[in-house]
Write a protein that binds this ligand. Structure first.
Ligand SMILES: CC(C)(COP(=O)(O)OP(=O)(O)OC[C@H]1O[C@@H](n2cnc3c(N)ncnc32)[C@H](O)[C@@H]1OP(=O)(O)O)[C@@H](O)C(=O)NCCC(=O)NCCS
Length: 138
């Protein structure tokens, strides 16, 4: 992900609950602990998906993964997650998601993430609990 990707990243993110503003994405681009990748269409160069997070010592956290609505269910998020897990080689990875987000939960479970905690009413607009998931790779 580079600065020029941000308009399309924001566009994809805007259709999700808990969308970020541009400043949070810019922080991702400048933070030396962060990782961020995008997927673009070979045919049209359209930005189809992105993932971002950070690594500190032997732990990583995935902050966001999102796929453009028209491109969901084509294995793109799985491809991004594979790429991140392969390239980071980090033993412990955390993430959190809205309790109602069964698409994301199913995705993470296919990668062997398991639920390890609950943050009550963590999200707003609408208020919702956060499920914390962890993948222990080694
Ligand atoms: C969650 C999300 C990233 C999945 O992206 P995707 O590219 O469609 O996912 P994939 O095609 O790689 O799907 C992999 C598996 O995840 C699960 N899954 C994905 N979308 C699903 C859905 N809508 N309902 C149920 N399970 C789903 C399935 O197990 C799927 O495997 P299958 O297609 O063989 O059944 C996408 O729905 C999205 O961008 N949602 C909005 C943003 C979001 O909620 N991000 C997560 C925040 S924590």
């Amino acid at each position: 992900m580079i600065q020029l990707d941000l308009p399309e990243v924001l566009q994809i993110d805007s259709s999700n609950l808990s969308a970020w503003g541009i400043s949070l994405f810019k922080q991702q681009l400048t933070n030396k602990h962060s990782f961020h990748f995008v997927v673009r269409s070979r045919q049209t160069n359209e930005l189809l998906a992105f993932i971002c997070g950070h690594v500190i010592a032997d732990e990583a956290e995935i902050h966001k993964i999102a796929v453009a609505p028209d491109w969901q269910r084509h294995g793109i998020a799985s491809h991004l997650l594979h790429h991140v897990l392969e390239s980071l080689q980090i033993p412990t990875i955390f993430l959190e998601l809205r309790a109602s987000n069964s698409a994301a939960r199913n995705l993470y479970e296919t990668f062997n993430f398991s639920s390890c905690g609950l943050r009550k009413k963590y999200y707003s607009s609408p208020p919702e609990d956060a499920i914390i998931m962890r993948l222990q790779q080694h």
